[in-house]
Design a protein around this ligand. Structure first.
Ligand code: SAH
Length: 389
């Protein structure tokens, strides 16, 4: 119970001495330490390894609309303090994460803002049952045009419920329209990855805008093309953006059209490894972005995932011109910064070059990490200069 005492929101099954009769799946429970001191109120999930997730340390505060509203107001304050929404000319940002689950003291609850639409993920049975309270709180604090449920069906099933899916409140939504760092996006709702867009990589996009001028850029896992379009707008000479998903590439092309045209950007449906090999044959690119999907979804897949990061690093290093810059990313919480650095070093070795890390980036400030919950830092980016060994 020590981590929980320090503010960690999870209570693991093996740490529980007993559960009072009457505790129901998805219901509210009071968490009490072995000496009888109440630690806070949690939602109960007996089927999960994390049997209780704490929402409040105030032992008399129920987990209801008022609590969600309090957390939302706090989250709005945090975003404002870091410049979100962004209003600076050329940097307008109306798309960002407003509630980041554990990071904002609401385990399992994600809220992403896309202009006047919000998308939610209700990651537990307890939250699913409280969907109306969550929506009421959002109406009171944000007042969106529509609230859309984007809980991944697989996640819902493991938690023991059928997600509603689609619009929970407001007008029908077909597109998510928003701006990020001055770029203009309209993403079809059915392009379902996460809640629709990777807001967590905003810091890398800002970095790319600084380093891309005059360069040849390869964005090997481009999804909606946001990195590629950022690089081109920042003055990249040529950009090659690929993704193995044809649907993503089609959407990416349309985003380029919205932002000054696709001229100078080549979009292809392609496997990243083949793109790396092709770029290597042509002498390498000056800037390479390697942002794969999560390779270690859980701790158990870690050994295999580390090998996968190494071989990706090898390919990406070969695709980077000597003296060029590689952005090597991992969104696997189970893989730490030092492990990622090690795989980059070993991959570089296999590619007969050396990688010098010049900058480390993380998920942006709209994905906060409580000091008591360090595992919340899932996204790591190594910006490395690649040179001859
Ligand atoms: N950099 C993007 C997010 C990338 S998400 C952004 O900032 O928006 C990972 C992407 O990798 C997904 O779009 C997925 O379709 C794609 N992908 C997965 N495996 C791939 C592979 N082997 N080759 C190319 N793309 C792949």
């Amino acid at each position: 119970m020590r981590p929980v005492w320090a503010g960690h929101p999870w209570v693991f099954a093996q740490a529980v001495e007993h559960v009072d009769a009457g505790a129901e799946p998805g219901g509210e429970v009071l968490v009490v330490d072995p000496r009888g001191q109440p630690l806070g109120r949690a939602l109960y999930a007996p089927r999960s390894a994390v049997v209780a997730r704490l929402y409040t340390r105030r032992v008399d505060e129920p987990i209801d609309q008022a609590l969600f509203q309090r957390k939302l107001e706090r989250a709005v304050g945090l975003r404002r303090a870091v410049g979100l929404p962004g209003v600076e000319p050329g940097q307008e940002t109306t798309g960002y994460r407003l509630l980041h689950g554990e990071g904002d003291g609401v385990p399992g609850l994600i809220v992403d803002v896309f202009g006047d639409v919000v998308c939610v993920q209700l990651g537990t049975l307890g939250l699913f049952r409280r969907a109306a309270a969550v929506c009421d709180a959002l109406d009171a604090v944000v007042g969106p045009r529509s609230i859309v449920d984007r809980t991944p069906p697989g996640l819902a099933r493991t938690e023991g419920f059928d997600p509603t899916g689609g619009v929970l409140r407001g007008e029908p939504v077909t597109e998510l329209v928003f701006r990020e760092l001055g770029l203009d996006f309209a993403l079809p709702l059915e392009l379902a990855q996460k809640t629709g867009y990777y807001f967590d990589q905003r810091p890398l996009r800002a970095a790319l805008a600084r380093v891309s001028r005059g360069s040849r850029v390869l964005d090997a896992f481009c999804y909606t093309g946001s990195m590629a379009i950022t690089a081109r707008r920042a003055g990249a000479r040529e950009v090659w953006a690929c993704d193995k998903s044809a649907a993503a590439i089609e959407v990416a092309c349309r985003q380029a059209e919205r932002n000054g045209g696709a001229e100078g950007i080549r979009f292809t449906v392609e496997d990243a490894n083949l793109a790396f090999a092709a770029a290597a044959r042509e002498g390498g690119c000056d800037v390479v972005v390697c942002d794969p999907p999560k390779l270690a979804p859980a701790r158990g897949n870690r050994p295999r995932a580390l090998g996968a990061y190494r071989s990706l690093a090898e390919g990406a290093c070969r695709a980077t011109a000597r003296g060029g810059l590689l952005a090597f990313c991992s969104c696997s919480g189970a893989v730490g910064m030092h492990e990622l650095e090690r795989e980059l070093a070993l991959g570089a070795r296999q590619a007969e070059c050396e990688a010098f890390v010049v900058e480390r980036l993380f998920q942006g400030p709209d994905h906060p990490v409580p000091a008591a919950f360090p595992e919340g830092l899932y996204l790591k980016v190594l910006l490395a200069r690649i040179d001859a060994a």
